[in-house]
Write a protein that binds this ligand. Structure first.
Ligand code: G1P
Length: 287
């Protein structure tokens, strides 16, 4: 088994839940305290040993490429001005990972975005991470998945429990607990009505797949919303070979909409060394 190093970041979505902020800027560049969402995702992947990164982007997403690129002019300016902490941070970001970019030319769905990276993935297992799902925990979410992948050699999907009135926003899984305590996924459905949902366990944007997933994706038919759904391909994979679910530990924010974004900024702001105290004072004064 080759070591798990590859990870796909689908980043071609239009960010309609966050308009007008995302009209001209990628939603992946929305900032939580002082870093864009996509940087949180990349750092999480790196800390789980996944250092070969492919971003599947689309039109209007250049800022993501610039963020992870070397800006010689900026680095020279910071150095000259003696701003050494900022210089170090800016040059660290540009060198932290091997990132390649590929364009999804049409918005045909998450499954299609992942399939775009098929040739890059080849015959290796790979991760998929949705950067607008921010999961904060001392053990990074991808590492939580990786441990199950390493123990089983099978595909693993990150899950969280959601209230019944939220199931229609997610892929929802059916599962059985194995004697080992692992959850084996038996089926899943993309964005079901509450009465059709097999459980309240939602897929939360972190995945590790065996390479077989790509072959299945290549044949999947359009599903919910007329899009090629990753969830439909995982459901087919789960009929062929075990697919496990991991209920993720940590605080999770759907930062791709204003409410989750504000909550993430507030929590991480309160925890921030430099800004926490003044934010706490402001909140206290207004509660
Ligand atoms: C996607 C997936 C869905 C998953 C969700 C998590 O949906 O299709 O299965 O539950 O991400 O955020 P989207 O939010 O892109 O519509």
């Amino acid at each position: 088994m080759k070591p798990l190093r590859k990870i796909i970041f689908p980043a071609a979505g239009m960010g309609t839940r966050f308009l007008p902020a995302t009209k001209a800027s990628p939603k992946e560049m929305l900032t939580i305290v002082d870093k864009p969402l996509i940087q949180y995702g990349v750092e999480e992947a790196l800390s789980a040993g996944m250092d070969q990164i492919i971003m599947v982007t689309g039109r209007g997403k250049r800022a993501i490429e610039d963020h992870f690129d070397i800006s010689a002019e900026l680095e020279a300016n910071l150095k000259r001005a003696g701003k050494s902490a900022l210089y170090k941070e800016v040059s660290r970001i540009a060198r932290m990972a091997e990132v390649v970019y590929l364009r999804q030319k049409e918005a045909l769905g998450l499954g299609h975005a992942v399939l775009c990276a098929r040739h890059w993935v080849g015959d290796e297992a790979f991760g998929v991470s949705l950067a607008d799902e921010l999961i904060v925990h001392s053990k990074p979410a991808m590492q939580q998945l990786r441990e199950v992948y390493e123990a089983t050699g099978k595909s693993v999907v990150g899950l969280i429990q959601v209230p019944a009135d939220q199931v229609s926003k997610y892929g929802i899984v059916a599962y059985e607990a194995e004697a080992s305590g692992l959850l084996r996924l038996t089926d899943m459905v993309e964005k079901p009505a509450a009465e059709d949902a097999p459980s309240r366990m939602a897929i939360v944007g972190r995945y590790i797949f065996t390479p077989r997933l790509m072959e299945i994706l290549a044949d999947v038919k359009p599903g919910a919303g007329g899009e090629f759904q990753l969830t439909d391909a995982i459901a087919l994979l789960a009929k062929e070979e075990p697919v496990y679910g991991v209920v993720l530990e940590g605080q999770r924010f759907d930062a791709g909409n204003p409410e989750g974004f504000l909550m993430a900024n507030t929590l991480l702001g309160l925890q921030h060394e430099q800004y926490g105290e003044s934010l706490r004072k402001l909140l206290k004064a207004h509660l």
